[in-house]
Design a protein. Structure first.
Lengths: 953, 63
């Protein structure tokens, strides 16, 4: 088999036939198409002559090319080409030395690696050579030369380990075990990572291969390069994760946050930019949920490196708070612990003992295993409590104390510094000093890195006694250098003293966001739980565990025993036998290995996470190994036979040849016809995709009908509406009138109507409008049944129609032409009894208090639905419409009075006249609109004083 | 012991027969026009189709 690029030929000798192509070309020239036929009458004479067959000298060049191509394709097909042939083969007859990287980075694609290992062993079996297996994970032995069957068995027990391989150690072992021998076929199945010894290890392997052996390296493909999840930080209330890649980006994926039981809590996307090998991603989780995250992992990766464990330090702490005085429920803002509680409750489980007695309260808190106790302004603790707290501190508790008037009178032993009697007042009427701001935090402070707001001012504080030496640390100072927060380490724990009160009496620190951050920092100093055993013997408890054999001895030396460890695939399980405890202070510096696999270490209640990838970890891709053949990746592309496609192509070419023969031989006429047909077909194909497109676009645009446009316009804003009666002058007046009224409404009321809309009463939907203004035309025609039904529905569903006869008729039942017109218009409607607006009707007080409702004319009365006196008589309609009259009839020509021109000047004069009448007309309009929109509540509103008075009695 | 030929075509049978039918129509046209080389073409077309039909020689071991 020979290979060219990624194509191999199973029968390469057939390719020799390609040399025969020129011969074919020569042959092909012999059989050109027939010459053109032209009718030439005198030829008839020639028919009688004897003629010998003539062959034309040339066939068209493209036909020759077509046939040559056909021949070549058939030759290639016969040579049986294969795409991506199996190339896991190698030469070299020496024993096979299989160096297998089985650190964490090879876990995700372990099955592919297994296949590659087995393929290599199979090959060795066929060659009859022995196999030496050399896994690179630390502590795994190099095998003796094995038969392929033994090797296969041995490989079955090989698994990725949850730590980095130790190639330097393997190089030493190989040199010791196989030293001096050469001629190995060396296969190094790498994980693609350089741990700093890639080159020297490569050199060792090259030496083992020697001049007679071979040396090949397999490395993962770029898209299969190992991904690792770096240090997750929980600072600033967010959870962020660092994603590292062994090879250059772009890579993208998802990081998942899980609880300790594996329930998913959140996901974050990450994408590593082109050329970069690292990125950070942030989880958007509420704090309560963030606190439950125990494990972050990269979705789709199955390695220890892609898992990051979070320990109790980033989880909830239990904080107990005790104050000297009973908490005032009625004045919570003055309570000494209100701000502490508010600051801590999002980050910690705040426990408040039900005990007024401080000694009992502290005892209760310690028995609840709190890790932090906050004491606000407690001067002197009783001796027993002091001893109990001292033991608790030694076990890791954090005691936060706040100053106050009581502490100012003298403290006890449990303070980081001795206090001077009497405090220091800054600012105030009898003082030269001014309230002091905070100085920024120095590097030794627990608060380092927190931003100090300018507006935090301290008015009063307790002072350390300068005459008493103390090894307390100063965590925060005022701008003038006076300590504000002092701390003292006691055993495993801390005593922290704020020299101010926990409420806003002495400073505004508790009101600032800084206070929250400071308390958080302090609380995270402690473990999540602290418990003490017995009186004096204080030590962190180890909850009795089955595997406590090691831990009991470890607890005496303070080392943290492994509780649960990760296996090579990133799954938590019980620790392997070899796993040994780690001293707490060495947790950050220890490198994971067989003795210390990553996982949880320490007492099960407050176990610490020990991760493979730390903040300092950088993944480096393995450089090119000198002298080694690169054998590509692990994932095998399936070989594909190209033979069928070549045969099909040959068939297609053959068909083309026959067609060409047919076309050429039948002369120009057929050719022209064929050309025309071809052109038509081409044209049809060219038009096909385009023709429907505009149709679809049209369809999409047509989706919104005019009715939809009308509905959209009418419903997006409130509009006053008028009925288009068909008389241009009346319609214009209606529009001008309503737009004048809209202006007035915008200026005076909370209603901001858009421009008025004209409504075609027959066609348009009415339900968008609360009010319809309907000027009655003299020659109006009766309405159709469907329109009447629509108007009836509109009125019954709460719409209000203002009919304006515009004829200054005082009597509704008059004999004027307009009244007749109105009767024609609505006579068939189901209209309840009407009455002129009575006194105290809501219309007279819905916005302005009014007695009459003038328009351009004065004197005509306004008719509304008569209100039944009796509750029982109230119809269904009046209930549904909130007792708003659905019809208002006037003869005063409202629109004429409301009509304003562009400069807001009235267009029509009022009769009898005067701007007072116009103002009253506008007020009438405002009242009607308000009546329609707000209903009857104004009926009561005016009586509110009276109602209140009655309630008071 | 006997021998038999088994066809495992590269394309599904219906496609194969479609191709064959198409070729037959073209060749018939060619023959009708009585162009030279029609018989030769028919022969090579048949051979190509045979190649696509991918014949395997099968040896059946009896008893």
């Amino acid at each position: 088999m020979i290979t060219i690029g990624s194509i191999g030929f199973l029968q390469p000798w057939i390719l020799a036939a390609l040399a025969g192509l020129p011969a074919i070309w020569w042959l092909l020239r012999m059989t050109p198409p027939s010459p053109q036929l032209v009718v030439f009458p005198p030829t008839r004479l020639l028919k009688d002559l004897k003629s010998s067959e003539e062959t034309p000298a040339h066939s068209p060049w493209w036909l020759t090319a077509l046939r040559m191509l056909l021949a070549a394709v058939i030759i290639f097909a016969l040579a049986r080409p294969v795409l991506n042939p199996d190339r896991q083969t190698f030469t070299g007859g020496g024993p096979l030395l299989l160096v297998i990287d089985n650190g964490w980075a090879s876990a995700t694609h372990w099955p592919e690696r297994r296949e590659a290992i087995e393929a290599a062993i199979d090959r060795a079996g066929r060659d009859g050579s022995t196999v030496v297996l050399a896994p690179t994970a630390p502590g795994q032995p190099v095998s003796d030369p094995l038969s392929p069957d033994q090797a296969r068995e041995r490989v079955g027990g090989l698994a990725p380990e949850p730590y980095a391989p130790d190639r330097a150690a393997l190089a030493a072992t190989l040199e010791k075990q196989l030293g001096g021998k050469t001629g190995f076929s060396v296969r190094w199945l790498t994980d693609g990572l350089d741990y700093g010894e890639g080159d020297s290890f490569g050199a060792t392997l090259r030496k083992l291969a020697g001049p007679s052996g071979s040396f090949a390296v397999l490395r993962p493909e770029k898209e299969n390069a190992a991904l690792a999840l770096g240090q997750a930080s929980g600072d600033g209330g967010e959870l962020t994760a660092r994603v590292l890649s062994a090879d250059d980006g772009p890579r993208s994926g998802t990081v998942k946050a899980l609880t300790g039981h594996g329930e998913p809590l959140g996901e974050a996307q990450f994408s590593i930019a082109e050329g970069a090998r690292e990125t950070a991603t942030r989880f958007d989780l509420p704090l309560e949920i963030r606190n439950q995250v125990a494990r972050i992992e990269i979705a789709g990766e199955r390695s220890t490196g892609a898992v990051h464990l979070l320990d109790a330090r980033s989880q909830w702490h239990r904080v107990g708070i005790v104050s000297g005085e009973s908490r005032e429920a009625a004045q919570p803002l003055l309570s000494p612990l209100y701000y502490v509680q508010r600051a801590l409750s999002p980050y910690a489980d705040v426990v408040t003992p039900n005990e007024g007695n401080v000694a009992n309260a502290v005892h209760e808190l310690i028995s609840q295993k709190v890790s932090t106790i906050v004491l606000a302004d407690i001067g002197k603790l009783v001796v027993g409590t002091q001893e109990e707290l001292g033991a608790w501190l030694k076990a890791g508790g954090v005691l936060i104390r706040f100053a106050g008037p009581r502490l100012e009178q003298g403290g006890d032993e449990l303070l980081p510094v001795a206090l001077r009697r009497g405090g220091r007042s800054l600012g105030g009427s009898l003082s030269w000093s001014t309230p002091q701001p905070l100085a920024s935090f120095d590097e030794k402070s627990a608060f380092r890195g927190l931003a100090v707001p300018d507006d935090v001012k301290i008015n009063r504080q307790v002072l350390a006694d300068p005459t008493v030496a103390s090894d307390a640390q100063v965590w925060a100072t005022l701008a003038d250098g006076t300590p504000l927060v002092t701390a003292l380490k006691q055993g495993q724990g801390y005593i922290v003293l704020f020299h101010v009160t926990a409420n806003s009496d002495w400073s505004n620190l508790p009101l600032s966001g800084l206070f929250v951050e400071m308390l958080r920092r302090i609380v995270t100093l402690g473990p999540s739980q602290v418990s003490i055993e017995g009186g004096d013997q204080a030590a962190a408890t180890m909850e009795a565990k089955p595997q406590a054999q090691a831990s009991s001895s470890a607890s005496s030396s303070g080392a943290l025993p492994p509780v649960q460890t990760l296996d090579g695939y990133g799954q938590l399980g019980s620790p392997p036998l070899r796993a040994a405890p780690i001293a707490p202070d060495k947790l950050d510096t220890t490198t994971p290995g067989p003795d210390h696999p990553p996982g949880y270490y320490g007492p099960s209640g407050a176990a610490r996470a020990f991760n493979l990838i730390t903040a300092k970890t950088v993944l480096k891709p393995l450089p090119k190994i000198e002298g080694a053949t690169e054998m590509g990746g692990y994932t095998l592309k399936k070989p594909m036979a190209l033979e069928p496609w070549l045969y099909l192509a040959a068939l297609a070419l053959f068909t083309a040849d026959i067609l060409a023969m047919l076309v050429l031989s039948s002369g120009w006429r057929l050719r022209r016809r064929a050309a025309t047909a071809g052109a038509v077909i081409l044209l049809v194909f060219a038009l096909l995709p385009q023709a429907p497109a505009p149709l679809w676009a049209e369809e999409a645009r047509k989706g919104a009908t005019p009715a939809d446009d009308f509905a959209l316009k009418a419903s997006l804003q409130t509009h006053l509406a008028y009925v288009i009666v068909g008389d241009p002058e009346i319609d214009r007046t209606s529009e001008e009138g309503l737009s004048g009224l809209s202006k007035v409404l915008r200026a005076r009321t909370a209603l901001e109507p858009a421009d008025p809309m004209g409504v075609d009463i027959d066609k348009d939907e009415l339900s968008f409008f609360p009010i319809l203004y309907w000027p009655v035309r003299e020659d109006t025609k009766p309405l159709s049944d469907s329109t009447l039904a629509k108007i009836d529905a509109f009125m019954k569903q709460g719409g209000l129609i203002i009919f304006d006869t515009r004829d200054h008729d005082t009597e509704l039942t008059g004999t004027g032409t307009q009244s007749k017109a109105l009767t024609r218009l609505i006579g068939q409607l189901d209209i309840p009894p009407l009455e002129p607006v009575p006194e105290n009707h809501v219309l007279t007080k819905s916005f302005y208090l009014m007695r009459s409702f003038p328009g351009r004319f004065d004197g005509g009365s306004l008719w509304v639905e008569a209100e039944p006196e009796d509750e029982a008589e109230r119809t269904e309609r009046s209930r549904r419409t909130d007792r708003v009259s659905s019809i208002v009839i006037t003869s005063n020509d409202f629109a004429g009075a409301w009509a304003l021109d562009e400069s807001n000047r009235p267009i029509y004069p009022t009769v009898p006249g005067g701007e007072v009448q116009r103002e009253m007309a506008f007020r009438a309009g405002v009242n009607i609109v308000m009546y329609a929109l707000t209903g009857n509540y104004k009926a009561d509103q005016v009586h509110v004083p009276a109602l209140l008075e009655r309630l008071g009695q | 012991m006997s021998w038999s030929v088994e066809f495992i075509p590269f394309v599904p049978w219906p496609v194969f027969w479609g191709l064959a039918a198409f070729g037959v129509v073209l060749l018939a046209l060619l023959l009708w026009r009585s162009r030279r080389g029609a018989v030769l073409r028919a022969l090579s077309f048949a051979l190509l189709l045979l190649a696509i039909a991918n014949p395997h020689l099968k040896q059946i071991l009896s008893g």
